[in-house]
Design a protein around this ligand. Structure first.
Ligand code: SF4
Length: 619
């Protein structure tokens, strides 16, 4: 089947055995690839039953049929596993260049099983695979490991690695591709660390050839034109994702001081896309084959926070490490971002957990003596940098905070849970549902916990778009809950397709679902159209939901935390709170969710998910 290599490498680190598995074409068509196909394998292999940090958990690294093609925004891949942070379905989607290289090296994906006794890395070279000793890499940060492996093999090889946070089983450790691109959320770096798998290096000389060449070529030309003309892609190129800082303040999108404030004058004065561009930008960077190039390569030349040229902070990191902790010093945030990348730690969960600790400190729940003598004061950048290190190495208070804010609150007690902002155990991403209620429903029903990218928010199609939600449309409807269930259903079904194909969400701001169907059809020759891919999207959401039900999730878990359900006194979203009761009621009806929070049997039958029915309804 064109688009796929039709081979998945399965590697057992306990027995050191490798195997090749193949996926039937009907399952490729039903689940596409990326996180959809991973969810199918997760269920088939019974991974919902395992402990996330046990030999039985498996790390599923998966490309999509578009990965490695020349279509724009498709150089991506996903990593999935049972999450050690949330104990449910965990997934991350990454750009960079590892995904295409893996396909060029001969594999659609890798499934890593078992646990090695000693640190190892996986070497993949044009279909040849070896497990090699990583004693000399263990204990090193992700930048060092990347440099060492590229020096050892080839500058053209692509590296996926964990830092010290993954080795130390920090529950929100991430996996880093070639320094700047991360599988950030859900703590999948800790799964890799537990397996003693320090890195994977891949190089290959293969190609991904589309099936319908002429149609594919004209489609590609048309998509590139669309992206070039699009104002969102132009802003991302100019300002990076940090363009969202200015825009977010206008709509009440940015959480400040652990979600307590809706406005702060220092924010737009100090940590915006234009300021980063003017003072610290060296150049724009791009993932494989992307014409937008939204990435920031920055350098801080001098001063206390001097930072060598490297990947700069994205919007999410500026908010979580900066606005959430009231730290508005951009060079300090560039340094904090670099430390998180090097140690291999998710900036969103890290910044949110630090902000949680600061609020506990303000309210006398954490004392200076509990915090190794550090005063956890808002806006103190030195505290942020110290805590990033302590968390990554599990030193002192860092050991508790390395568990994530939900578990840390359970251990601390004394009402600390009031200061956590999580859904299903995942720290919320940096978009405030009080500014756009559809995001509240997206957070509540996202299968990996509070996440905006599981309900695609950036899309050109009317009725499924960020624009009416964020006030960029003449018909601004952000701070109302009516009609948001329908929008969220469409949006999340689209996101399931996009995270399976795998396509960049920012590129999706320029193209339509008809385009996506054409991309998949001309590449694979499966007879996709828009309806068929949307059907696949709904199937994948239902599958992930059912998997979560098998791990104990019910409708009670679709709730937003207290902080988000408390109205703000200032900012563009002042006084507004999403009506979750209304939105969830409509959402459950539309998605066929029963009173226990499970997809109804008839709905699963309609989407051909018999494998899930057997497991879900025989319990
Ligand atoms: S828009 Fe940015 S994140 Fe998306 S593929 Fe392009 S460079 Fe990567």
């Amino acid at each position: 089947m064109a688009g796929y290599v039709n081979k998945i490498l399965e590697i057992d680190l306990t027995t050191k055995k490798t195997d090749i598995i193949t996926i039937p074409d009907k399952d490729k068509e039903r689940f596409i690839g990326g996180s959809g196909l991973s969810a199918h394998l997760f269920l088939e292999r019974g991974l919902y039953k395992v402990d996330p940090l046990s030999e039985k958990n498996e790390l599923i690294i998966m490309t999509g049929p578009l990965t490695g093609t020349t279509l724009p925004g498709t150089g991506r891949f996903t990593v999935c596993a049972k999450s050690p942070l949330t104990n449910i379905w965990g997934e991350g989607n990454c750009g960079g260049n590892f995904g295409p290289e893996l396909k060029f090296a001969g594999y659609d994906g890798i499934i890593v099983k078992g646990v090695s006794e000693k640190p190892v890395y996986l070497y993949i070279d044009d279909g040849k695979t070896e497990i090699r000793n990583a004693d000399d890499l263990w204990g090193r940060d992700t930048y060092d490991v990347t440099d060492i492996l590229k020096d050892r093999y080839s500058k053209k090889a692509k590296v996926l690695t964990i830092g010290q946070a993954g080795e130390n089983l920090v529950k929100y450790a991430c996996i880093v591709n070639d320094k700047g691109d991360v599988i950030g959320r859900c703590g999948l770096g800790a799964v890799m660390g537990h397996k003693k798998l320090k890195a994977i290096i891949a190089k290959g000389s293969g190609k991904v050839n589309p099936c319908l060449v002429d149609e594919y070529n004209s489609l590609r030309k048309m998509l590139l034109e669309k992206i070039k003309e699009n104002v969102v892609s132009q802003s991302f190129h100019q300002m990076g994702t940090a363009v969202g800082m200015d825009m977010g303040m206008l709509s009440g999108d940015i959480p400040i001081k652990n979600w307590r404030l809706g406005d702060h004058p220092e924010l737009t004065k100090n940590i915006t896309g234009p300021i980063m561009r003017e003072r610290y930008l060296k150049r724009a960077g791009a993932c494989f084959g992307c014409p937008i190039a939204c990435k920031r390569v920055v350098e801080v030349n001098d001063g206390q926070y001097k930072t060598e040229e490297g990947p700069g902070p994205e919007y999410e990191s500026l908010c979580s490490l900066g606005a959430m902790t009231m730290t508005f010093n951009l060079p300090a945030l560039i340094k904090a971002n670099e430390m998180c990348n090097r140690y291999g730690i998710d900036t969103v969960s890290c910044g949110s957990t630090i902000a949680f600790a600061m609020e506990c400190y303000e309210n006398g729940i954490i004392k200076k003596t509990d915090a190794d003598g550090i005063e956890l004061l808002w806006g103190n950048e030195e505290v942020i940098l110290k805590l990033i290190k302590k968390i990554s190495f599990r030193e002192g208070i860092g050991d508790i905070l390395a568990e994530g804010s939900k578990r840390a609150a359970e251990r601390i007690g004394k009402g600390a849970e009031d200061y956590t902002v999580t859904v299903k155990g995942l720290e919320a991403e940096m978009h405030d549902p009080r500014g756009w209620h559809g995001m509240g429903l997206a957070y509540g029903t996202s299968n990996r916990g509070a996440c905006h990218s599981q309900s695609m928010s950036l899309h050109i199609e009317q009725g499924v778009t960020i624009y009416p939600e964020l006030g960029l449309d003449k018909d601004f409807k952000g701070q109302t809950s009516e009609g948001k269930a329908e929008m969220t259903v469409k949006s999340q079904n689209m996101a399931m397709v996009v995270n399976s194909a795998v396509i960049c969400l920012f590129v999706m701001s320029c193209i339509s679902m008809d385009d996506v169907a054409d991309m998949l059809r001309t590449t694979t020759s499966f007879n996709y159209n828009k309806d068929k891919v949307m059907e696949a999207g709904e199937r994948i959401w239902l599958l992930k939901r059912g998997i979560n039900n098998l791990m104990g999730i019910s409708s009670a878990d679709d709730a937003l935390p207290k902080a988000i359900m408390t109205p703000l006194k200032d900012g563009a979203a002042a006084g507004s709170v999403p009506d979750m009761k209304l939105m969830l009621k409509e959402f459950y009806q539309m998605m066929g969710i029963d009173e226990k929070g499970r997809p109804a049997k008839e709905r699963l039958e309609r989407f051909g998910l018999g494998e899930l029915i057997t497991r879900l309804y025989s319990r």
